[in-house]
Design a protein around this ligand. Structure first.
Ligand code: 9MR
Length: 367
C-alpha cells in the first residue's frame, strides 16, 4: 500500500480518551491524563464518608494547612510533621499523588517568627533550613511543591513581607531575586520535585498574571529551576461573565505553557451567596456548575495544564463560610451530605469527554 504523507498547515484537532463515560472523577481523569485533586484536612480522615468519597473520587491530595509554617514550626527549634505525614499515609494507602503547600508565604506565619525581630541573615538561615528539612522529610513522596505562595499584589508588584523586605532575606532591593533564591534552595534540597509558583487572582490575563508571566519567562531564560505555575482559581460565582472569563483563563494557561512549564489549577472553588441556613439558590448552583465546566475545559484544551485541584470537596468543610462571615458558601463539588452537586456532574462530563488538543504543526500518519 502506498505510503502517504499528509501535511496540514492548519491545526488538527485531536480528541483523545473520549470513549465511554467513567463513573468517578478519578477514573475519568486517569483516562484524560490529568490529575484531579483536592485540599484535605487530616483531622477529617476518621470520618467514614469523608475518607471514602476522597479515596473514590480523587487521585491527588494536598494538605490545606498541615504543611504551613504555623503547623510545622510551633517554635523555632521544632519541626512537627505529624499532620503532614497523615496526609501522605492516606495518599499512599489509596494510590494518590501528593502536592505540597507551601514553603514560603508572607502570611499566616507563627508569632515566634513574625515577632522575633530577626535579622535578614537569621531569616535567610531559617528559610533555607525550613525548605531543606521539609522537602527532605518528604522526598519523592511529594511530587510537586508550591515553593512560593502569593508574593504579588493585584498590580503585579511584590508584596511587602517578612521574606521580601520586612526585613527580608537580604534581597529586598532586587525584585524577584528573593523568589529566585528560594527556588534554587528548593531545587538543591530535592532535585526531583516539581517546583511551582502559586498565586491568587492571576488566572485570567490581567496585571498580576502579566507579572507572573514576566517573572517565569525571566527565570526560564536564566535557568532558574521553576517547573510550574499554580493558578488558585477561587471564583466568586455570581458576579462574573463566564465565557469571557474562561477564554481569558485559557489564553493565560496557553501563554504560560508556551514557556515550557506546567500549569496546575490548585485551589478551585466557586462560592455563591447563601441564606442564613447556608443554602444557595438553584440558579446560582446551576451557574456554578457552568463555571466549573468552563474552567475544566480551559485546562483540558491546553496540554500543559496537568492538574485540577479543588480547595476541599464537601460543602461541609470549606474556608469560605467563615471567611465571608456566613454570606457565601456551597463552593465545592459535593454538598454537606456528600451528595454530588450539579458542579460535580459538570466536571465529570468534561473529564469524561477527555482532552481536546490542538496541534499547530504537521502530522503524518504512518501508513
Ligand atoms: O483554607 C485555608 C484555611 O484553612 C487557613 O486558615 C488559611 C490560613 O492559613 O489558609 C487557607 O488556604 C489558603 C491557601 O493556603 C492559600 N491561598 C488562599 C487559601 C484560602 O485563604
Amino acid at each position: 500500500m502506498a505510503r502517504h504523507h499528509y501535511w496540514f498547515s492548519a491545526c488538527l484537532v485531536c480528541v483523545l480518551a473520549s470513549t465511554g463515560s467513567a463513573q468517578t472523577l478519578r477514573k475519568a481523569a486517569d483516562r484524560a491524563g490529568v490529575l484531579i485533586g483536592t485540599a484535605v484536612r487530616p483531622s477529617q480522615f476518621s470520618e467514614r464518608r469523608y475518607a471514602s468519597v476522597l479515596a473514590r473520587e480523587f487521585n491527588m491530595v494536598e494538605p490545606e494547612d498541615a504543611l504551613k509554617w504555623w503547623v510545622v514550626r510551633p517554635d523555632r527549634h521544632t519541626y512537627d510533621f505529624r499532620a503532614g505525614d497523615k496526609v501522605v499515609r492516606f495518599a499512599q494507602a489509596h494510590q494518590m499523588q501528593v502536592r505540597g503547600h507551601c514553603l514560603v508565604w508572607g502570611r499566616d506565619n507563627p508569632d515566634w517568627l513574625t515577632r522575633g525581630h530577626f535579622t535578614s541573615r537569621q531569616l535567610s538561615h531559617f528559610l533555607r533550613d525550613h525548605i531543606s528539612r521539609v522537602m527532605k522529610h518528604y522526598g519523592d513522596q511529594v511530587f510537586a511543591w508550591d515553593v512560593v505562595n502569593e508574593a504579588l499584589d493585584e498590580n503585579g508588584k511584590l508584596r511587602d513581607s517578612i521574606w521580601y523586605n520586612q526585613p527580608g532575606i537580604g534581597l529586598a532591593a532586587s525584585g524577584t531575586a528573593y523568589i529566585e533564591q528560594v527556588f534554587r534552595w528548593a531545587h538543591k534540597a530535592c532535585p526531583g520535585a516539581l517546583l511551582f509558583y502559586n498565586e491568587a487572582e492571576g488566572e485570567t490575563v490581567n496585571r498580576k498574571s502579566d507579572a507572573i508571566y514576566a517573572m517565569v519567562k525571566d527565570f526560564k531564560e536564566r535557568g532558574v529551576p521553576i517547573d510550574g505555575v499554580g493558578l488558585q482559581m477561587h471564583i466568586s460565582g455570581n458576579d462574573i461573565e463566564n465565557e469571557s472569563m474562561t477564554a481569558s483563563i485559557s489564553a493565560n494557561i496557553a501563554r504560560l505553557a508556551a514557556l515550557g512549564i506546567q500549569v496546575h489549577i490548585t485551589e478551585f472553588d466557586v462560592s455563591v451567596p447563601v441564606d442564613s441556613s447556608g443554602l444557595a439558590s438553584r440558579d446560582d448552583l446551576k451557574q456554578q456548575a457552568d463555571i466549573y465546566r468552563g474552567v475544566v475545559r480551559a485546562c483540558l484544551e491546553n496540554a500543559g495544564c496537568t492538574a485540577i485541584q479543588t480547595w476541599g470537596f464537601t460543602d461541609r468543610y470549606s474556608w469560605i463560610r467563615s471567611h465571608s462571615r456566613g454570606t457565601r458558601g456551597q463552593a465545592l463539588l459535593f454538598d454537606r451530605d456528600y451528595e454530588p452537586k450539579a458542579a460535580y456532574q459538570a466536571v465529570l462530563s468534561e473529564l469524561s469527554a477527555g482532552r481536546v488538543l490542538s496541534y499547530p504543526r504537521s502530522v503524518h500518519p504512518s501508513n
